[in-house]
Write a protein that binds this ligand. Structure first.
Ligand code: GLP
Length: 240
């Protein structure tokens, strides 16, 4: 794992955005694995800014997102479809037909997981996968468990994740209890992984992810085994 430490959140966002921009410049038809949560917002801001200045072109890029809440339609403001549209897709020239996320409205979990897993395979795999880090060490929505799950799956969200994500919802009862997520094997197929972490409250979990024992109870620890992981963290998150 390579660790880049930046001063503040904004520098973290620029450093990570530069890595994604280089990928798109070197390979214009890249497949980008994208993430939601508050941490990557600054990255999307920066990338959209470069596009608006004419410095980046997303016309040949394809994107696949890590996860989506089960039961939420794309026009639901809390859905990850909506998040991606607001923060990124509506601000760049990425073709609509090449923006992929799990379909939260498909109640048939078996079919949806198979469809999304196959889709990523058909795209030829992911060039760079962007990841945030949950407070409990989850990546995507791979929650702490007794075993790692390999493929795209429907996951039961933990109490801690429901609590952590309630800030985006009016009431805690509104936070969906389940989500579709890429599995650890799906994430591992990515050629490069870019993990972004910000803030003092993530310092403990980031230390465990980078240096702790590899175990499914802290899902992010598995990243130690991938051959090309860059962690970009601000000083507060990397202050261990
Ligand atoms: C959600 C997402 C994760 C994300 C995590 C952390 O649970 N499914 O992909 O990494 O939140 O979010 P934040 O960056 O807001 O702390």
């Amino acid at each position: 794992m390579r660790l880049i430490v930046t001063e503040h959140y904004n520098d973290m966002s620029s450093a990570a955005a530069r890595i994604i921009a280089s990928q798109v410049i070197l390979k214009p038809d890249s497949v980008l694995g994208l993430a939601t949560g508050s941490t990557p917002i600054g990255i999307y801001e920066q990338l959209a800014g470069w596009y608006q200045k004419g410095e980046l072109d997303f016309s040949k890029v394809t994107t696949v997102n890590l996860d989506e809440y089960y039961g939420l339609a794309p026009d639901n403001e809390q859905s990850y479809h909506y998040f991606m549209m607001k923060h990124f897709f509506s601000r760049v020239n990425l073709p609509k037909g090449r923006q992929f996320l799990p379909d939260g409205t498909n109640p048939d979990a078996g079919r949806e997981c198979e469809r999304y897993q196959n889709l990523i395979g058909l795209l030829g795999g992911i060039d760079v996968q962007l990841l945030g880090l949950g407070h409990n060490g989850h990546i995507g929505f791979n929650e702490p468990a007794d075993a790692f799950v390999k493929d795209v799956h429907l996951v039961e969200l933990t109490k801690q994740t429901i609590e952590a994500n309630r800030r985006f919802f009016e009431r805690v009862e509104d936070v969906p209890r389940k989500a579709y997520t890429m599995g650890i094997g799906t994430i591992f197929q990515a050629k490069k992984i870019l993990l972004v972490v910000s803030g003092a409250e993530k310092a403990g979990i980031l230390r465990q992810v980078m240096y702790g024992a590899i175990c499914p109870q802290v899902p992010g620890t598995i990243l130690q085994l991938h051959s090309d992981v860059t962690v970009v963290a601000d000083r507060e998150a990397a202050g261990f």
